[in-house]
Design a protein around this ligand. Structure first.
Ligand code: AMP
Ligand code: MG
Length: 498
């Protein structure tokens, strides 16, 4: 039996084999009174560590998950990176996080176990290295919701209180999130590497290929680095299309928050759109709407162009030639994004075949939704219910649209298309349910459950989290999670994960 087939700690720590400039060793934390408040047993099972964790006392668990104690005899590290933040290049690094272990899970894959909020590191840039309870619970809730929506993402294993009070908006409880990622390699890690010698950049690129795109090495590729670029472009195009399809707004798509693996990462000021408006921005610091819903696809491409820049020396020794190759790879991004987005939209309206006017149908629906300020999620749920012969008129934020004469004309064309496909409507209803979440983590409910959980009452948080584990199930008992925010919350603002 190979090591990874049996459960238990299987710590591999591969990142440390990269040149030392890519990380710094850091000390374990020293929080005086840690307490575990959330733990993701099913994720621990996937990692093969549930039984190991079960053996520990509550105190020992808390000591590990705040970073006080190492797992086995590992030494934590903080990773170095750089990034374009709102378009401006900066040298960064884990300023309040550390990688405590890389675990080879039962599926043979390696996962980073990373603690966010565990104290200062050489990359803290004057920050306190800490995090507080609400944003950490928020990342836990939203990253898990994204996972269950079927979107590639980092996940959350635990949240622990540190026992400290930290000054943010007044005094708040310090907390640490244990995050699991298939790696923390970012576009920004490559931007950092490209400041160094070519040999270091090459080592990082080889590491990334081995960790995420190993198949490249077996394909007899002419240039494995071009192939790396193409693979990341494809992964990110698909990821961002999925964000758009569920109305997810990341909020801070800096290049240091874009992964090489294609997982969504860093749930700071993110939020889900209610009313469909391509200009929607929630983040308080995004004053110019750089990361607005409608800009996410093009920002994705901008970030990838920064990634491509870093790889130029590896793509071809002749710079002009390298630029030509990278530009060609980047030009495919829009095609890939559009393909993923349009096929996702077709699924959302129940079209499977290549009906002639599907593009027009999609475009017209979105235009009407924007004009009438229809609720994004509820509109698609109501269309789905309609296909199932069920009444969705109770769904808030859909009345104006569904009652309009424009919509009636659209609906006629839509149903003509559906009928021409000759697929049983019941089947289409089932398919549409799989493409249109019944519930999403709506801002108003997120805020409400976080407020209660951060003062120790987890009941509603857990109920919400459990409901979000089956977002595509159309259950009457979850109707309360479909309610829109009250008018007072329409100017909802999110803040960076402080
Ligand atoms: P983020 O906006 O969370 O992606 O963080 C951007 C950068 O700021 C990262 O390098 C973080 O590690 C760093 N950072 C964020 N908050 C803190 C903090 N409280 N102390 C030190 N560094 C921080
Ligand atoms: Mg970040």
């Amino acid at each position: 039996m190979n090591l990874s087939e049996k459960s238990g700690w299987s710590i591999v720590n591969t990142y440390e084999k990269l040149p030392k400039k890519f990380y710094s060793k850091v000390k374990n934390a020293n929080f005086l009174n840690p307490k575990l408040i959330l733990y993701n047993e099913s994720l621990a099972k996937t990692l093969g560590i549930d039984e190991e964790i079960e053996k520990l006392s509550e105190d020992e668990k808390a000591e590990i998950f705040v970073g006080n104690k190492p797992i086995k005899h590992t030494k934590p590290i903080a990773q170095a990176y750089a990034g374009h933040q709102f378009g401006h290049f900066t040298i960064l690094g884990d300023g309040r996080a550390m990688l405590i272990a890389e675990q080879q899970a039962l599926d043979g894959k390696i996962y980073d176990l990373h603690l966010k909020g565990s104290g200062t590191t050489p990359y803290s840039r004057g920050g306190d290295g800490k995090a507080v309870i609400k944003p950490m619970l928020r990342e836990y809730l939203i990253s898990e919701a994204m996972h269950y929506l079927g979107i590639s993402t980092t996940r959350s294993l635990a949240v622990s209180l540190t026992g400290e009070e930290i000054y943010r908006n007044g005094m708040e409880q310090g907390a640490v999130l244990a995050r699991v990622a298939s790696s923390h390699l970012r576009v920004g890690t490559f931007e950092f590497a490209s400041l160094n010698e070519k040999e270091d950049l090459k080592k990082l690129a080889n590491y990334a290929i081995k960790r995420h795109y190993g198949e490249i090495l077996t394909q007899n590729e002419e240039n494995i680095y071009t192939k790396l670029l193409q693979n990341v472009i494809e992964k990110q195009a698909n990821l961002i299309a999925k964000w758009q399809l569920v109305g997810f707004i990341h909020g801070v798509m800096n290049t240091d928050n874009m992964t090489i693996s294609g997982e969504s990462i860093d749930y700071g000021p993110c939020a889900f759109m209610n009313e469909y408006d391509v200009n929607t921005v929630f983040s308080s610091i995004d004053r110019n709407g750089r990361y607005a819903y409608g800009n996410q696809p093009s920002i994705g491409q901008w970030n990838l162009s920064k990634f491509a820049d870093t790889l130029l020396p590896l793509i071809h020794k002749d710079e002009d030639m390298a630029v030509k190759i990278a530009t060609k790879a980047l030009s495919k991004y829009s095609l890939k994004f559009n393909k993923a987005f349009i096929s996702g939209m077709k699924a959302k309206i129940g079209l499977l075949n290549n009906e002639d006017d599907y593009l027009e149908l999609i475009q017209n629906l979105l235009t009407m939704m924007q004009e009438m300020g229809a609720d994004y999620t509820n509109t698609f749920v109501r269309l789905t219910l309609k296909m199932g012969g069920k009444d969705g008129s109770y769904l808030q934020g859909t009345k104006e649209l569904f009652d309009s004469s424009k919509f009636k004309i659209w609906q006629k064309k839509w149903l003509e298309n559906i009928n021409s496909s000759k697929i049983d409507k019941k089947q289409i209803f089932e398919n549409m349910k799989k493409a249109n979440p019944f519930i999403i983590p709506r801002n108003n409910i997120v805020e409400d459950v976080l407020k209660k959980a951060s003062s120790g009452n987890f009941e509603e948080f857990n109920n919400f989290l459990n409901a979000l584990k089956n977002p595509y199930e159309y259950k009457d008992k979850n109707k309360n999670y479909q309610e829109l925010p009250p008018k007072t919350m329409q100017k909802y603002q999110t803040f960076c994960g402080t």
